[in-house]
Design a protein around this ligand. Structure first.
Ligand code: IPE
Ligand code: IPE
Ligand code: MG
Length: 242
C-alpha cells in the first residue's frame, strides 16, 4: 500500500485504547475477552502505521489508575501483555518496529519486566516505526518523576539554582519518560469518552484530538486511515495568526 507523505502527515499518532469491556459486555462475555480482541486492533494499527509511514505509534495500554481494577482483571491483563509480546515480537522485529515500554515499571511483575527488556533490546536498532506501549503510566506520574530527576541532578550542583532559573520547557522534555520521542501530533480516543484520563498531560499540550464512538476492538486499519485523513485537514496554528 502506498505511503502517505506531505506536510499534513502526523509523525506521532497516539491512541487511548478504550472500550474493551463494553465490547465484551455487548456480546455477553467477560471483560477479558474484549482485551484479547483489542490485541488484534493493536496488530492492525501497527500494520497500518507501517504502511502509511507513521514513524511513532504510541498506545495507552494500562494507566496507573487501572491498578485499582479488580485483582483478577489486572492479573488477566498482565498475562495478556506477556502473551501478546511473546507472540508478536518476531513479526514486529521483521517489520522493522522498535518496541518501547514506558511507565512505572517498578509496579510490573518480574516475568513481564523480563520480556519487556528482551523485546526492547532485540528491537532497539529498528527504525521503520517506533511502537511505544504506555504501561502503568500516567501523565502526573511522568511529570513528578521528571521533576524528581531534575531536582536530584541539581542537588549538589553549585550552579543548580541558576540552571533551574534559566531552564526552558524544551529542557524539561528530556527528563520525561518520553525523552527523545516527539510529542504526539494526534491523540485518538475510542469508545466515546471525551477525557484524557491522566494521559500525556505535558506532551499533549498541542496535540490534535480525535474522539470516536468506535470501541477499541472494532477499531481497525480503515479507522486508522480515516483518522489520518481527518488529521490532514486540520489547521495547526500554535497560537499564531495565519
Ligand atoms: C480499555 O478498555 C483497556 C484498559 C483500560 C486496560 P476498558 O477496559 O476500559 O473498557 P471499558 O471502558 O470498560 O469498556
Ligand atoms: C484509560 O481508560 C486508560 C487506558 C486506555 C489504558 P480507562 O477506561 O481506564 O479510563 P476512564 O476510567 O474511563 O477514565
Ligand atoms: Mg475504559
Amino acid at each position: 500500500m502506498s505511503t502517505q507523505t506531505g506536510a499534513n502527515m502526523p509523525t506521532h499518532v497516539s491512541v487511548i485504547m478504550d472500550g474493551n469491556g463494553r465490547w465484551a459486555k455487548e456480546r455477553g462475555k467477560e471483560r477479558v475477552y474484549g482485551h484479547a480482541e483489542g490485541v488484534e486492533s493493536v496488530r492492525a494499527c501497527v500494520e497500518a502505521a507501517v504502511e502509511t509511514g507513521v514513524k511513532y505509534l504510541s498506545l495507552y495500554a494500562f494507566s496507573e489508575e487501572n491498578w485499582n481494577r479488580p485483582e483478577e482483571e489486572v492479573k488477566a491483563l498482565m498475562e495478556l501483555m506477556v502473551k501478546a509480546m511473546a507472540a508478536e515480537m518476531d513479526e514486529l522485529d521483521r517489520n522493522g518496529v522498535r518496541f518501547v515500554v514506558l511507565g512505572n515499571r517498578e509496579r510490573l511483575g518480574d516475568e513481564l519486566n523480563r520480556i519487556i527488556d528482551s523485546c526492547m533490546e532485540r528491537t532497539s536498532r529498528n527504525s521503520t516505526l517506533t511502537l511505544v506501549i504506555f504501561l502503568s503510566y500516567s501523565g502526573k506520574w511522568d511529570i513528578l518523576q521528571a521533576a524528581r530527576k531534575l531536582a536530584l541532578q541539581l542537588w549538589d550542583d553549585p550552579d543548580g539554582k541558576e540552571k533551574l532559573m534559566n531552564m526552558k520547557a524544551e529542557d524539561f522534555d528530556g527528563f520525561l519518560a518520553t525523552a527523545g520521542i516527539p510529542d504526539p501530533d494526534l491523540i485518538i480516543r475510542t469508545s466515546g469518552e471525551i477525557r484524557l484520563s491522566n494521559y500525556l498531560l505535558w506532551q499533549g499540550a498541542y496535540s490534535e484530538f480525535l474522539f470516536t464512538d468506535t470501541l477499541w476492538p472494532d477499531f481497525r486499519k480503515d479507522d486508522f486511515r480515516a483518522a489520518l485523513e481527518s488529521y490532514a485537514k486540520r489547521d495547526r496554528r500554535y497560537g499564531k495568526v495565519k
